[in-house]
Ligand binder design. Structure first.
Ligand code: GYE
Length: 305
């Protein structure tokens, strides 16, 4: 913690590839699994990883990317906390001839400023939840009141999941988002915001939380309000980390669209290619699925994260 850089190498003079990685933070179970994947895969691939945790602050990410440029690392990778504001630092990396790999989240900079972008299709994840909601409430004769817990303001997953979900549920005018607020992808914020939403809205039929952690925090608020999560209020989330899958198998969550945090192995492959100056695809989309309670119960014991 503490936002400090930690080098795991110390092999000055060796020909190991040095990768500087700037992580978003430690906001969720997804992030913990992603950090573990990056560290484990770097060790297995024999890559010297310099890792820093930006604690969800863009200025911290920019500072650590600048420090990686100064240290002349071979490759820089980062998971951008928000979409905007990266042009200057990406140009600095380009001027220093250090390839940059975006992992997990997108930026709005020109694609010529980075080597590749590996991660999920967040619009599709939102659409999957939307399709499930349309099916789940297809026989509703009156309004279906939906509240949405959005991820970090300005982040690619929050923007795209909202977009995909809202476009899909528009096919049934009964389905209405009556409130939508950010819970910053954390359990604590999910709980806090849900508490307020429950007080302000006497009838909530469905909660869509942009990640499992906010959904799990909201479940605590729903229980505290004397309601049954998954029954009195249906719940759909995104990620499918172990705690989310456990709640899904227990019918406290009704549906989860998977978002895989296991990007480490592919990132190390790309790092080797980038360091060797090899060309690569500009966009690599992660494969993922969706889970019902029954499907969650089936895979829970073998779930890695
Ligand atoms: O869904 C959430 C995390 O960027 C895909 O960030 C990631 C998201 C993930 O905090 O749990």
């Amino acid at each position: 913690g503490g936002g400090a850089d930690t080098a795991t190498g110390g092999d000055a003079g060796s020909d190991k590839i040095v990768l500087g990685f700037s992580q978003v933070g430690s906001e969720s179970g997804w992030r913990a699994a992603n950090t573990k994947s990056v560290k484990d895969s770097a060790a297995t691939a024999g890559i010297d990883l310099k890792f820093s945790d930006a604690q969800q602050k863009q200025e911290n990410q920019i500072a650590s990317i600048r420090s990686y440029i100064q240290q002349k690392v071979d490759v820089i990778a980062f998971s951008p906390v928000v979409v905007t504001g990266w042009d200057a630092v990406l140009k600095e990396a380009q001027a220093a001839k250090i390839p940059v790999i975006l992992t997990d989240r997108a930026v709005d900079s020109d694609a010529s400023l980075y080597a590749t972008f590996i991660g999920s299709d967040f619009v599709k994840e939102g659409e999957e939840v939307g399709k499930w909601a349309v099916e789940e409430f297809k026989s509703a004769t009156g309004p279906v009141n939906i509240v949405q817990l959005e991820g970090t303001v300005g982040s690619a997953p929050a923007i795209d999941r909202k977009k995909g979900f809202e476009a899909t549920i528009a096919s049934n005018p009964n389905l209405k988002v009556i409130a939508s607020q950010s819970g910053d992808f954390t359990r604590a914020k999910g709980k806090e915001v849900m508490q307020a939403l429950l007080q302000a809205n006497p009838k909530i039929d469905l909660l869509f939380a942009h990640n499992d952690d906010m959904g799990l925090g909201a479940i605590e608020a729903i229980k505290a309000a004397g309601l049954k999560p998954g029954v009195d209020i249906k719940i759909a989330t995104i990620d499918a980390v172990k705690d989310g899958m456990t709640a899904l198998a227990a019918n406290e969550i009704n549906f989860i669209a998977e978002c895989s945090p296991l990007l480490g192995d592919q990132l190390m492959e790309l790092t080797k290619q980038a360091a060797a100056g090899q060309p690569m695809e500009k966009r690599i989309v992660t494969k993922e699925t969706t889970f019902t309670p029954k499907q969650a119960a089936e895979v829970l014991s073998t779930r890695q994260y």
